[in-house]
Ligand binder design. Structure first.
Ligand code: HEC
Length: 408
């Protein structure tokens, strides 16, 4: 009962997280696009006008005029802020992290083959990572590396920031189960994005409005700095999405060079975003870099790994009858993958995968090969202690044709 209610909570928080993130990212993309699409005013307009643009949507025509600053007389009665999209994404994300990765730390966060952490230690490292990510980001963008560049990111700070992200990914893949390492990298960047809204973007806007209300001159560098942090957030959206979605693709995180796969995917993600934003010729390099990174990631994850050679060898190994493969599945998989799992964390078979009926096992053989033999991402956290010999037994039975009668 309790686990079933927890599942409901998980579902509702996950939906809230996805919806909030869609709203936030949608806003981010729309405002970046509007800024890029502004044109000089078509007619005289009052105030400190940065540009105008026209849009058609939902059966009407929208005229947008961007002002850098306002004078007291121009203060609108209702001014719409955009912050709850970010905050609710962050809050729901943190709860989701807690309910899936922290509550199930022994299974999801820790992999004894990677680092022998206790569940509380792994959780503490996870929380510390989120805090440290924001602290290091703040230090970097206030450091001498960024000096003098008020409203744009100084190249030195950008390069150091990117290298720090790669170093963090490497570190995470040495500490956590591979899948959790990807997720934590995404969670760290997502936390930096939320903190950016709370620490920089909203306060700058508040200060600008306060100055306007009190009739003081408005410091326009506040707006420029807010825009810079907003641009950082914008370029982090795709990497965060990539990190979160990669979680569902064991081929990405299971290999020895998982850190490189995620790094290349980040390069790809940022390049795509850059190409979407940059006008004209300057995006050719971004497209080329993005395609190269993608090809690199595909090659790394599908190329001739030692595993692939081992799989080929299994084909020529002595025939493995179904009974042997089935015994391994009964011992190592059925605590979770049964109609009624005995593992208390799973009130229902995970992903609906039941490995009891021989015909079903045969039908799922390609997935079993990928998860238990090639990527070794099942059993989850190797909680049931499958041995390499048992993995080979499963693999040989599958590559030899996954026959139920055990004959060749
Ligand atoms: C501790 C519980 C647990 C054990 C033991 C376990 N699994 Fe899983 N399995 C899961 C969970 C949770 C998921 C869904 C999340 C995921 O796909 O990583 C899953 C998903 C799967 C899937 C479906 C996803 C896909 O990629 O197609 C397959 C197939 C699978 N497991 C095979 C196995 C095999 C084979 C074994 C035994 C060698 C095994 N599992 C042992 C928990 C477990």
């Amino acid at each position: 009962m309790a686990t079933l209610l927890l599942d409901w909570l998980h579902l509702l928080i996950r939906i809230a997280h996805v919806v909030a993130a869609i709203l936030w990212i949608g806003d981010s993309f729309l405002f970046m696009w509007m800024d890029r699409s502004l044109v000089p005013p078509s007619r005289p307009r009052p105030g400190d006008v940065a540009g105008e643009l026209w849009m058609v949507h939902s059966g009407g025509f929208y005229e947008v005029v961007k002002r850098r600053t306002l004078v007291p007389a121009e203060m609108p009665a209702a001014l719409h802020w955009f912050k709850w999209e970010a905050y609710s994404t962050g809050i729901s994300g943190f709860f989701l992290l807690g309910i899936v990765y922290f509550a199930g730390a022994g299974m999801f966060l820790v992999d004894p083959a990677v680092a022998p952490l206790s569940a509380p230690a792994a959780i503490a490292i996870g929380v510390a990572l989120l805090i440290a990510g924001v602290a290091v980001y703040e230090a970097l963008w206030r450091s001498p590396l960024q000096r003098g560049a008020a409203g744009t990111s100084a190249p030195a700070a950008s390069i150091v920031g990117s290298l720090l992200i790669v170093a963090t990914i490497v570190g995470l893949t040495r500490l956590f189960a591979a899948r959790a390492a990807f997720l934590m990298a995404g969670a760290m960047l997502g936390t930096i994005m939320v903190a950016n809204v709370a620490n920089h973007i909203i306060p700058a806007q508040r200060m600008m409005l306060a100055a306007t209300r009190e009739g003081r001159p408005v410091d326009v560098t506040l707006g420029l700095r807010a825009k810079m942090h907003s641009t950082h957030n914008h370029y982090l959206t795709f990497p965060v999405l990539v990190a979160m979605v990669s979680n569902h693709f064991p081929l990405l995180y299971a290999g020895r060079f998982a850190w490189l796969v995620l790094t290349l995917l980040f390069v790809f993600a940022v390049a795509v975003k850059y190409a979407m934003n940059a006008r004209a010729r300057s995006n050719r390099w971004a497209v080329a870099a993005g395609i190269a990174a993608l090809i690199g990631a595909v090659t790394l994850t599908t190329g001739g790994t030692p595993d692939a050679a081992a799989i080929a060898a299994l084909r020529g190994a002595p025939p493995v009858p179904f009974a042997e493969a089935r015994a391994v599945i009964e011992r190592r998989c059925q605590t979770c993958h049964a109609t009624r799992p005995s593992n208390p964390s799973f009130p229902a078979p995970p992903n609906g995968v039941v490995l009891e009926d021989p015909a079903r096992i045969r039908a799922l053989a390609p997935r079993i090969l990928e998860r238990a033999v090639i990527t070794k991402t099942m059993p989850l956290g190797n909680i049931t202690g499958i041995t390499d010999a048992e993995r080979r037994t499963l693999g040989a039975w599958i590559v030899q044709g996954a026959r139920l009668d055990g004959t060749r």
